[in-house]
Design a protein around this ligand. Sequence first.
Ligand code: GDP
Ligand code: ZN
Length: 341
Amino acid sequence: MEGIVVSGSNNVFAVLCEDGRRRACPIKGKRLKDVSGEYNALAVGDLVDVEPEAARDGSGEARGMISALRPRRNVFGRYNEKGRAKQSIAANVDLVVCVASPAFPPFRPRFVDRVAILAEAARVSLLIALNKVDLGVDEETEGRLAGYRDLGYGILRCSARTGEGLGELAAALRGKTAVFAGQSGVGKSSLLNALVPGLGRRTGEVSEKYARGKHTTTMAELFAVDGETRIIDTPGVRRLALRGIEPGELDAYFPELRDLAPRCEFGHSCSHGDEPGCRIRRAVEEGKVLEDRYESYLRVRWELEANAEYSAKEGWSVPSARRGDGARKAARFRGREDEDD
Ligand code: GDP
Ligand code: ZN
Protein backbone atom coordinates (compact mmCIF):
# COMPACT_ATOMS: atom_id res chain seq x y z
CA MET A 1 0.00 0.00 0.00
CA GLU A 2 1.30 3.45 -0.87
CA GLY A 3 1.53 6.25 1.65
CA ILE A 4 3.07 9.65 2.27
CA VAL A 5 5.30 10.40 5.26
CA VAL A 6 3.66 13.18 7.28
CA SER A 7 5.98 13.29 10.28
CA GLY A 8 8.44 11.24 12.23
CA SER A 9 10.52 11.06 15.33
CA ASN A 10 13.11 8.59 16.53
CA ASN A 11 12.72 6.46 13.42
CA VAL A 12 8.99 5.88 13.72
CA PHE A 13 7.18 7.65 10.92
CA ALA A 14 3.56 8.69 10.66
CA VAL A 15 2.38 7.65 7.22
CA LEU A 16 -0.90 8.71 5.64
CA CYS A 17 -1.84 5.66 3.60
CA GLU A 18 -3.91 5.51 0.45
CA ASP A 19 -6.83 3.98 2.36
CA GLY A 20 -7.06 7.25 4.30
CA ARG A 21 -5.64 5.79 7.52
CA ARG A 22 -2.67 7.13 9.36
CA ARG A 23 -0.22 4.49 10.50
CA ALA A 24 2.79 4.62 12.80
CA CYS A 25 5.57 2.81 10.94
CA PRO A 26 9.13 1.86 11.62
CA ILE A 27 11.33 0.91 8.68
CA LYS A 28 11.40 -2.76 7.87
CA GLY A 29 14.90 -4.06 8.40
CA LYS A 30 15.93 -0.68 9.85
CA ARG A 31 17.37 0.63 6.62
CA LEU A 32 16.33 1.70 3.15
CA LYS A 33 18.46 1.80 0.04
CA ASP A 34 19.45 5.24 -1.32
CA VAL A 35 19.26 7.13 1.96
CA SER A 36 22.09 5.67 4.00
CA GLY A 37 24.39 8.30 5.46
CA GLU A 38 21.57 10.79 5.88
CA TYR A 39 20.59 12.37 9.17
CA ASN A 40 16.97 11.23 8.77
CA ALA A 41 16.12 7.93 7.20
CA LEU A 42 13.13 9.54 5.48
CA ALA A 43 11.90 13.03 4.68
CA VAL A 44 8.40 14.36 5.16
CA GLY A 45 6.64 14.14 1.80
CA ASP A 46 8.38 10.88 0.91
CA LEU A 47 6.21 8.35 -0.88
CA VAL A 48 6.67 4.92 0.63
CA ASP A 49 5.34 1.40 0.44
CA VAL A 50 3.67 0.27 3.64
CA GLU A 51 2.89 -3.22 4.81
CA PRO A 52 -0.10 -2.66 7.12
CA GLU A 53 -0.17 -4.61 10.34
CA ALA A 54 -3.30 -6.51 11.16
CA ALA A 55 -5.44 -4.41 13.48
CA ARG A 56 -5.01 -5.24 17.13
CA ASP A 57 -7.75 -5.61 19.63
CA GLY A 58 -9.12 -2.42 21.07
CA SER A 59 -8.61 1.03 19.69
CA GLY A 60 -4.84 1.28 19.53
CA GLU A 61 -3.32 3.34 16.72
CA ALA A 62 -2.90 1.70 13.32
CA ARG A 63 0.58 0.39 12.61
CA GLY A 64 2.58 -0.85 9.70
CA MET A 65 6.08 -1.25 8.31
CA ILE A 66 7.77 0.83 5.64
CA SER A 67 9.25 -1.56 3.11
CA ALA A 68 10.40 0.77 0.33
CA LEU A 69 10.98 4.38 -0.62
CA ARG A 70 9.66 5.58 -3.98
CA PRO A 71 12.03 7.71 -6.04
CA ARG A 72 12.03 11.35 -4.93
CA ARG A 73 11.05 14.07 -7.41
CA ASN A 74 13.13 16.56 -5.46
CA VAL A 75 14.49 17.22 -2.00
CA PHE A 76 14.59 20.37 0.11
CA GLY A 77 17.35 19.84 2.61
CA ARG A 78 20.22 21.29 4.53
CA TYR A 79 23.37 20.09 6.22
CA ASN A 80 22.93 19.15 9.85
CA GLU A 81 26.01 20.50 11.59
CA LYS A 82 25.50 18.68 14.88
CA GLY A 83 24.76 15.37 13.19
CA ARG A 84 27.44 16.01 10.55
CA ALA A 85 25.21 14.67 7.84
CA LYS A 86 23.03 15.71 4.97
CA GLN A 87 19.47 16.20 6.17
CA SER A 88 16.57 15.88 3.77
CA ILE A 89 13.78 17.95 5.28
CA ALA A 90 11.02 17.69 2.70
CA ALA A 91 10.61 15.68 -0.48
CA ASN A 92 8.42 15.98 -3.57
CA VAL A 93 7.57 19.66 -3.14
CA ASP A 94 6.18 22.15 -5.67
CA LEU A 95 6.97 25.39 -3.89
CA VAL A 96 9.30 26.73 -1.21
CA VAL A 97 7.81 29.49 0.93
CA CYS A 98 10.30 31.56 2.90
CA VAL A 99 8.42 33.35 5.68
CA ALA A 100 10.10 36.58 6.79
CA SER A 101 9.14 39.69 8.72
CA PRO A 102 10.14 43.36 8.42
CA ALA A 103 10.61 43.71 12.19
CA PHE A 104 10.59 41.58 15.39
CA PRO A 105 12.69 39.86 14.05
CA PRO A 106 14.13 42.14 11.37
CA PHE A 107 14.41 41.03 7.76
CA ARG A 108 17.45 38.76 7.35
CA PRO A 109 18.69 38.71 3.76
CA ARG A 110 21.38 36.12 4.56
CA PHE A 111 18.78 33.64 5.70
CA VAL A 112 16.48 34.34 2.74
CA ASP A 113 19.39 33.87 0.35
CA ARG A 114 20.21 30.49 1.88
CA VAL A 115 16.60 29.38 1.47
CA ALA A 116 16.80 30.64 -2.14
CA ILE A 117 19.90 28.50 -2.73
CA LEU A 118 18.13 25.44 -1.31
CA ALA A 119 15.11 26.12 -3.54
CA GLU A 120 17.42 26.42 -6.55
CA ALA A 121 19.13 23.18 -5.56
CA ALA A 122 15.74 21.43 -5.42
CA ARG A 123 14.71 23.17 -8.68
CA VAL A 124 11.57 24.45 -7.04
CA SER A 125 10.05 27.96 -7.21
CA LEU A 126 10.53 30.28 -4.26
CA LEU A 127 7.90 32.54 -2.74
CA ILE A 128 8.98 35.06 -0.12
CA ALA A 129 6.08 35.77 2.21
CA LEU A 130 6.69 38.92 4.20
CA ASN A 131 4.50 38.55 7.28
CA LYS A 132 3.76 41.19 9.94
CA VAL A 133 3.25 43.94 7.36
CA ASP A 134 0.84 45.48 9.89
CA LEU A 135 4.01 46.64 11.68
CA GLY A 136 5.00 48.69 8.63
CA VAL A 137 7.69 47.93 6.08
CA ASP A 138 10.80 50.11 6.04
CA GLU A 139 12.43 51.30 2.84
CA GLU A 140 15.42 49.01 3.12
CA THR A 141 13.17 45.94 3.30
CA GLU A 142 11.06 47.25 0.40
CA GLY A 143 14.23 47.65 -1.66
CA ARG A 144 15.33 44.12 -0.85
CA LEU A 145 11.93 42.71 -1.80
CA ALA A 146 12.10 44.54 -5.13
CA GLY A 147 15.51 42.98 -5.68
CA TYR A 148 14.15 39.47 -5.13
CA ARG A 149 11.19 40.21 -7.40
CA ASP A 150 13.59 41.30 -10.17
CA LEU A 151 15.38 37.96 -9.82
CA GLY A 152 12.12 36.20 -10.59
CA TYR A 153 11.22 35.10 -7.08
CA GLY A 154 7.62 35.45 -5.89
CA ILE A 155 6.88 38.16 -3.35
CA LEU A 156 3.84 38.39 -1.13
CA ARG A 157 2.97 40.67 1.79
CA CYS A 158 0.71 39.41 4.53
CA SER A 159 -0.27 39.66 8.15
CA ALA A 160 -1.45 36.74 10.24
CA ARG A 161 -2.70 39.36 12.68
CA THR A 162 -4.95 41.44 10.38
CA GLY A 163 -5.59 38.81 7.72
CA GLU A 164 -4.17 40.99 4.98
CA GLY A 165 -2.77 38.98 2.06
CA LEU A 166 -3.88 35.61 3.45
CA GLY A 167 -6.30 35.03 0.56
CA GLU A 168 -3.47 35.68 -1.84
CA LEU A 169 -1.20 33.31 0.06
CA ALA A 170 -3.85 30.57 0.07
CA ALA A 171 -4.30 31.06 -3.67
CA ALA A 172 -0.55 30.73 -4.26
CA LEU A 173 -0.56 27.40 -2.42
CA ARG A 174 -3.67 25.90 -3.99
CA GLY A 175 -3.10 22.48 -5.51
CA LYS A 176 0.54 22.38 -4.40
CA THR A 177 2.76 20.82 -1.78
CA ALA A 178 4.61 23.76 -0.27
CA VAL A 179 7.41 23.68 2.27
CA PHE A 180 7.53 26.59 4.74
CA ALA A 181 10.88 27.78 6.06
CA GLY A 182 11.51 30.72 8.32
CA GLN A 183 13.48 31.90 11.28
CA SER A 184 11.83 31.55 14.64
CA GLY A 185 9.47 34.39 15.51
CA VAL A 186 8.51 35.54 12.01
CA GLY A 187 4.98 34.19 12.51
CA LYS A 188 5.18 30.91 10.62
CA SER A 189 2.97 29.08 13.16
CA SER A 190 0.45 31.92 13.12
CA LEU A 191 0.25 31.72 9.32
CA LEU A 192 -0.16 27.94 9.43
CA ASN A 193 -2.99 28.30 11.92
CA ALA A 194 -4.71 30.68 9.51
CA LEU A 195 -4.18 28.38 6.52
CA VAL A 196 -4.76 24.89 7.92
CA PRO A 197 -8.29 24.28 9.21
CA GLY A 198 -8.34 23.10 12.82
CA LEU A 199 -4.57 23.17 13.33
CA GLY A 200 -4.46 25.20 16.55
CA ARG A 201 -0.69 25.30 16.77
CA ARG A 202 0.83 27.15 19.69
CA THR A 203 2.40 30.48 18.82
CA GLY A 204 4.87 32.79 20.43
CA GLU A 205 6.15 30.28 22.95
CA VAL A 206 9.75 30.36 22.01
CA SER A 207 11.22 28.81 25.16
CA GLU A 208 8.79 25.92 24.97
CA LYS A 209 9.82 25.30 21.36
CA TYR A 210 13.47 25.19 22.39
CA ALA A 211 12.80 22.70 25.13
CA ARG A 212 11.04 20.39 22.72
CA GLY A 213 13.95 20.56 20.29
CA LYS A 214 16.42 19.40 22.90
CA HIS A 215 15.20 15.92 23.60
CA THR A 216 13.62 14.53 20.46
CA THR A 217 14.68 14.78 16.86
CA THR A 218 11.68 16.61 15.58
CA MET A 219 11.20 16.41 11.87
CA ALA A 220 9.13 18.59 9.62
CA GLU A 221 5.41 17.96 9.53
CA LEU A 222 2.93 17.73 6.67
CA PHE A 223 -0.58 19.15 6.89
CA ALA A 224 -3.38 18.69 4.41
CA VAL A 225 -5.18 21.94 3.66
CA ASP A 226 -7.57 20.14 1.32
CA GLY A 227 -7.43 17.16 -1.02
CA GLU A 228 -4.81 18.70 -3.29
CA THR A 229 -3.08 21.25 -1.11
CA ARG A 230 -0.43 20.40 1.45
CA ILE A 231 1.89 22.42 3.63
CA ILE A 232 5.09 21.05 5.11
CA ASP A 233 6.20 22.97 8.18
CA THR A 234 9.87 22.86 9.07
CA PRO A 235 11.30 23.31 12.57
CA GLY A 236 12.46 26.89 13.04
CA VAL A 237 16.20 26.84 12.57
CA ARG A 238 18.54 29.67 13.38
CA ARG A 239 21.01 28.77 10.69
CA LEU A 240 20.81 26.84 7.45
CA ALA A 241 24.18 25.24 6.86
CA LEU A 242 25.11 24.43 3.29
CA ARG A 243 27.38 21.70 1.97
CA GLY A 244 27.55 19.51 -1.06
CA ILE A 245 27.94 22.32 -3.57
CA GLU A 246 31.29 22.57 -5.29
CA PRO A 247 32.45 26.15 -4.45
CA GLY A 248 33.26 26.92 -8.10
CA GLU A 249 29.70 26.04 -9.02
CA LEU A 250 27.91 28.11 -6.40
CA ASP A 251 27.16 30.87 -8.93
CA ALA A 252 24.79 28.47 -10.71
CA TYR A 253 22.50 28.79 -7.67
CA PHE A 254 22.28 32.59 -8.05
CA PRO A 255 20.07 33.55 -11.03
CA GLU A 256 21.88 36.88 -11.50
CA LEU A 257 25.35 35.28 -11.47
CA ARG A 258 24.53 32.19 -13.49
CA ASP A 259 24.95 33.86 -16.87
CA LEU A 260 27.70 36.17 -15.73
CA ALA A 261 30.07 33.61 -14.30
CA PRO A 262 31.00 31.77 -17.51
CA ARG A 263 31.96 35.14 -18.96
CA CYS A 264 34.31 35.88 -16.09
CA GLU A 265 37.80 36.00 -17.58
CA PHE A 266 39.04 33.63 -14.95
CA GLY A 267 36.33 31.07 -15.52
CA HIS A 268 35.87 28.43 -12.87
CA SER A 269 39.17 29.15 -11.20
CA CYS A 270 37.90 32.59 -10.16
CA SER A 271 36.49 32.90 -6.67
CA HIS A 272 34.83 36.17 -7.77
CA GLY A 273 36.37 37.70 -4.68
CA ASP A 274 39.53 39.80 -4.93
CA GLU A 275 40.68 38.96 -8.44
CA PRO A 276 41.14 42.14 -10.47
CA GLY A 277 39.14 42.11 -13.70
CA CYS A 278 36.59 39.64 -12.37
CA ARG A 279 33.34 40.00 -14.31
CA ILE A 280 31.17 39.50 -11.26
CA ARG A 281 33.05 42.06 -9.21
CA ARG A 282 32.55 44.52 -12.05
CA ALA A 283 28.82 43.76 -12.25
CA VAL A 284 28.55 44.54 -8.53
CA GLU A 285 30.43 47.81 -9.00
CA GLU A 286 28.16 48.71 -11.91
CA GLY A 287 25.09 47.99 -9.78
CA LYS A 288 23.91 45.10 -11.95
CA VAL A 289 24.30 42.62 -9.12
CA LEU A 290 23.06 43.68 -5.68
CA GLU A 291 25.76 44.06 -3.03
CA ASP A 292 23.59 42.19 -0.58
CA ARG A 293 23.37 39.15 -2.81
CA TYR A 294 27.07 39.28 -3.58
CA GLU A 295 27.76 39.36 0.14
CA SER A 296 25.62 36.25 0.62
CA TYR A 297 27.41 34.60 -2.27
CA LEU A 298 30.83 35.25 -0.73
CA ARG A 299 29.81 34.06 2.71
CA VAL A 300 28.35 30.82 1.45
CA ARG A 301 31.33 30.31 -0.82
CA TRP A 302 33.71 30.72 2.10
CA GLU A 303 31.65 28.33 4.15
CA LEU A 304 31.86 25.76 1.38
CA GLU A 305 35.60 26.29 1.00
CA ALA A 306 36.19 26.13 4.73
CA ASN A 307 34.51 22.74 4.72
CA ALA A 308 36.42 21.40 1.78
CA GLU A 309 37.17 18.32 3.81
CA TYR A 310 33.54 17.31 3.50
CA SER A 311 33.59 18.09 -0.21
CA ALA A 312 36.71 16.03 -0.76
CA LYS A 313 35.06 13.10 0.94
CA GLU A 314 32.22 13.43 -1.55
CA GLY A 315 34.68 13.37 -4.41
CA TRP A 316 35.19 17.07 -5.07
CA SER A 317 38.52 18.70 -4.93
CA VAL A 318 39.05 22.29 -3.92
CA PRO A 319 42.25 23.99 -5.11
CA SER A 320 44.58 23.74 -2.12
CA ALA A 321 45.64 27.39 -2.39
CA ARG A 322 42.08 28.43 -1.58
CA ARG A 323 41.50 26.15 1.35
CA GLY A 324 43.20 28.04 4.16
CA ASP A 325 41.97 31.26 2.70
CA GLY A 326 38.35 30.22 2.90
CA ALA A 327 38.63 29.04 6.47
CA ARG A 328 40.22 32.32 7.54
CA LYS A 329 37.59 34.47 5.85
CA ALA A 330 34.75 32.33 7.14
CA ALA A 331 36.08 32.64 10.71
CA ARG A 332 36.37 36.41 10.35
CA PHE A 333 32.78 36.72 9.26
CA ARG A 334 31.46 34.28 11.81
CA GLY A 335 32.68 36.51 14.58
CA ARG A 336 31.00 39.52 13.11
CA GLU A 337 27.44 38.94 12.08
CA ASP A 338 26.70 35.39 13.02
CA GLU A 339 23.00 35.87 13.59
CA ASP A 340 22.56 37.12 10.05
CA ASP A 341 23.21 33.66 8.75
P1 GDP B 1 7.07 31.32 14.57
O1 GDP B 1 8.13 31.19 15.60
O2 GDP B 1 7.59 31.77 13.26
O3 GDP B 1 6.20 30.12 14.45
O4 GDP B 1 6.16 32.56 15.04
P2 GDP B 1 4.77 32.59 15.83
O5 GDP B 1 3.65 32.29 14.91
O6 GDP B 1 4.90 31.79 17.08
O7 GDP B 1 4.68 34.15 16.15
C1 GDP B 1 5.67 34.84 16.90
C2 GDP B 1 5.06 36.11 17.46
O8 GDP B 1 4.72 37.01 16.40
C3 GDP B 1 3.77 35.85 18.23
O9 GDP B 1 3.76 36.68 19.35
C4 GDP B 1 2.69 36.23 17.23
O10 GDP B 1 1.50 36.67 17.87
C5 GDP B 1 3.33 37.36 16.48
N1 GDP B 1 2.82 37.50 15.09
C6 GDP B 1 2.59 36.51 14.21
N2 GDP B 1 2.10 37.01 13.05
C7 GDP B 1 2.03 38.34 13.21
C8 GDP B 1 1.61 39.43 12.36
O11 GDP B 1 1.21 39.27 11.21
N3 GDP B 1 1.73 40.69 12.88
C9 GDP B 1 2.17 40.93 14.12
N4 GDP B 1 2.23 42.19 14.53
N5 GDP B 1 2.57 39.93 14.95
C10 GDP B 1 2.49 38.66 14.50
ZN1 ZN C 1 35.35 36.14 -11.23
